[in-house]
Design a protein around this ligand. Structure first.
Ligand SMILES: [Zn+2]
Length: 145
């Protein structure tokens, strides 16, 4: 396996490789069908322990909310956009939003978003850390404003 870029955390996602577009790694409960992200060994809905399996989450969702951040934590550069994206599996994902200006008119609640991967922050030595982000889905209808 080729060396992958340094990630913000292990076990959260698989980067694209060959025909695999990559994706977020969650878990699905075999008892009540609830999906969790990040992956859990215990279902938060029904407390099932035995029958919880890893699952790959969908790459598209809709924007639930977003914020323009004027103050950045160490390793990030302000201003930057974060948001919550609802996936069809009924999971709400918090992530950096990319591909838009850090301006509140650049996004609309409910618009289609797609998962992408790339550097999201820097570690202490200035090396880029890869993570997951969302951006407005390609080919999605305009914002209608
Ligand atoms: Zn469950």
């Amino acid at each position: 396996m080729e060396t992958e870029p340094k990630k913000i955390a292990e076990g959260l996602f698989r980067l694209p490789e060959n025909d695999d577009p990559g994706g977020l790694i969650g878990s699905r409960c075999g008892a009540c069908n609830a999906v969790s992200f990040p992956r859990r060994s215990l279902c938060p809905c029904c407390l099932e322990r035995e029958n919880v399996a890893e699952t790959r989450l969908g790459r598209e969702g809709t924007l639930y909310s977003f914020s323009i951040n004027q103050m950045a934590p160490a390793g990030f550069t302000a201003p930057y956009v974060t948001g919550k994206v609802d996936l069809p599996e009924k999971v709400r994902i918090f992530a950096v939003i990319t591909g838009v200006e850090p301006d509140e008119s650049a996004l609309s609640i409910g618009q289609a978003m797609e998962l992408v991967f790339g550097p999201v922050a820097m570690d202490e030595s200035g090396e880029p850390l890869w993570g997951y982000m969302f951006r407005p889905a390609a080919g999605a209808p305009g914002r209608g404003r």
